[in-house]
Design a protein around this ligand. Structure first.
Ligand code: HEC
Length: 170
C-alpha cells in the first residue's frame, strides 16, 4: 500500500513536471541565433541596462554564428584578443582582460564590472581599445575592427548569453 501510494505520487509529480515544462516552452521559444535586421529587443549601448539570465551554451553558438570566433578564437594569426587564456600572451581570458582594463589608468569606458566591460566592448568597441599586449599577434591602428552595430543587431538576451559564455571560456 505504502509503495503504491508513493508510486502514484511519483507518477503525478512527473505529470506536473511535464505540464510545467510544456508551458514554459510555449511561453518562451528559443530565439533564433541570427535575426534578419535589427533585433526586436536590441541591447543598445547603456552598460547599466538590466539583462535577462544568460545561457552560456547559446552564447557560444551566437559567437560562432555571428563570426566573433573568427577573430577571437580560431583566427590565425589572431586579429582580436584571444578568449582562451592559453593563447593570450598575458594569460588572461575575456573576464581577465575586462578586470585588467577596468583597473588600468588609461581605461576610457564607464564599466565597473567584468560583465559591464564585456557588454561595453561589444556594443561600443571604440570606447576602450584593448592595447595589444607585448608579443600579442593582433595590431591596432586606429578604430577597432569590430562592427559598431552590435548594440542594434544583438538582443538583450543575446548579450546576456554571450557574456555568460565568455565567463566559461578558459
Ligand atoms: C574583425 C574581427 C573581430 C570580430 C568579428 C569581433 N571582434 Fe571583438 N574585438 C576585436 C578586436 C581587434 C578587439 C580589441 C580592440 C577593441 O577593444 O575593440 C576586440 C575586443 C573585444 C572584446 C573586449 C576584449 C576581450 O576580448 O574580452 C570583447 C568582449 C569582444 N571583442 C567581443 C566580441 C563579440 C561578442 C563579437 C561578435 C558579436 C566580436 N567581438 C567580433 C576584433 C573582432
Amino acid at each position: 500500500m505504502q509503495s503504491c501510494l508513493s508510486h502514484s505520487l511519483r507518477v503525478s509529480l512527473v505529470g506536473i513536471a511535464v505540464i510545467v515544462l510544456t508551458a514554459c516552452e510555449a511561453a518562451s521559444p528559443t530565439p533564433p541565433l541570427i535575426q534578419p535586421g535589427p533585433a526586436t529587443d536590441p541591447a543598445g549601448t547603456d552598460v547599466a541596462i538590466e539583462l535577462p539570465e544568460g545561457d552560456a551554451e547559446r552564447g557560444g553558438l551566437i559567437a560562432q554564428a555571428r563570426g566573433c570566433t573568427a577573430c577571437h578564437i580560431t583566427g590565425a594569426p589572431n586579429i582580436g584578443p584571444a578568449w582562451e587564456s592559453a593563447k593570450n600572451p598575458d594569460g588572461l581570458n575575456s573576464p581577465g582582460i575586462a578586470a585588467a582594463r577596468i583597473a588600468a589608468d588609461d581605461y576610457n569606458g564607464t564599466a565597473t564590472t567584468a560583465e559591464e566591460y564585456i557588454f561595453e566592448s561589444i556594443v561600443s568597441p571604440n570606447i576602450d581599445i584593448v592595447p595589444p599586449t607585448p608579443g600579442a599577434n593582433w595590431v591596432i591602428a586606429g578604430p577597432s575592427t569590430m562592427l559598431t552595430e552590435y548594440g542594434s543587431l544583438l538582443s538583450r538576451k543575446d548579450l546576456a548569453d554571450i557574456i555568460a559564455y565568455l565567463k566559461t571560456v578558459q
